[in-house]
Design a protein around this ligand. Structure first.
Ligand code: NAD
Length: 247
């Protein structure tokens, strides 16, 4: 589904991002995998090369909150693979502190990683996609971007912002044939989930109509659809992948 396309995936070292990288490679894309540390990036690359030594995949660890670093990374990917067709902004962090314990610097940090880094990626890749005649940007939202959550206000706030950025850029970049969508996962089995206290996890999982949490591969399938030409008339969409948890 992605033969000949080039993708950049942030937060590609584990969890949902790693599943996206693996699925994109299986579907014929060349991929630049970005992570927060070169050591974890190298581990992820080794894991992928153990699956298929011929996978066209490279890895880097730029500071996504630094626009100049992101711009330099996009230029390096274009230099290596010749183009960039797909950007998946997936890197994200979470915290669940109640408001009265929430440190202002933690709020700022979560907005930096979950929102500013997404803006930086979109801002840096848009001129490349525009020059090529189009592209697909897919951001990572969350089911909490619809109703909020009862503690940890920074995280849902950041994901509401991701939805706003997604819908606005879809309108702004549509004339350049750049589609901008977001995937909004529900509770998904990754490290982020393992970090949640059991009582929180049980409370979140119990009412899910499909009766279970999602797997990273199930979320990755939605990124594949939105990245591919099968979604050529889909833009500005926030695609929920949550077992109907929001209903
Ligand atoms: P994860 O913790 O397993 O992986 C997060 C990835 O982001 C890692 O590759 C990590 O290196 C990268 N990352 C974190 N901070 C970074 C930074 N400062 N700079 C660069 N990279 C950084 O998380 P996950 O569960 O796979 O989540 C991926 C995305 O999906 C996130 O945006 C998250 O908010 C969203 N999401 C996850 C769930 C869930 O239940 N797992 C639900 C809804 C939304």
């Amino acid at each position: 589904m992605l033969k000949g396309k080039v993708a950049v995936v942030t937060g590609g070292t584990r969890g949902i991002g790693f599943s996206v990288v693996e699925l994109f490679l299986k579907n014929g894309a060349s991929v630049a995998l970005l992570g927060s540390r070169q050591e974890t990036v190298d581990k992820a690359l080794a894991k992928l090369r153990a699956i298929n030594p011929d996978y066209p995949v490279i890895g880097m660890a730029p500071d996504l909150t630094d626009y100049a670093a992101v711009e330099a990374t996009m230029a390096a990917v274009k230099e290596k693979f010749g183009r960039i067709d797909i950007l998946v902004n997936n890197a994200g962090i979470s915290a669940r502190d109640p408001l009265l314990q929430y440190k202002p610097e933690d709020f700022e940090h979560i907005m930096d990683v979950n929102v500013t880094a997404v803006f930086n990626g979109c801002r840096a890749v848009a001129p490349i996609m525009k020059e090529q005649g189009g592209g697909s940007i897919i951001n990572t939202s969350s089911m909490v971007s619809i109703y909020g959550q009862p503690a940890g206000v920074g995280y849902p706030t950041s994901k509401f912002a991701v939805n706003g950025l997604t819908k606005s850029l879809a309108r702004e970049l549509g004339r350049s044939n750049i589609r901008v969508n977001a995937v909004a996962p529900g509770v998904t089995r990754t490290d982020m989930l393992v970090a949640l206290p059991k009582e929180v996890l049980d409370r979140v999982s119990a009412p899910i109509p499909l009766g279970r949490v999602g797997e990273p591969e199930e979320v990755a399938n939605c990124f594949l659809f939105l990245a591919s030409d099968m979604a050529s008339y889909v833009t500005g969409e926030i695609l929920s992948v949550d077992g109907a948890a929001q209903t």
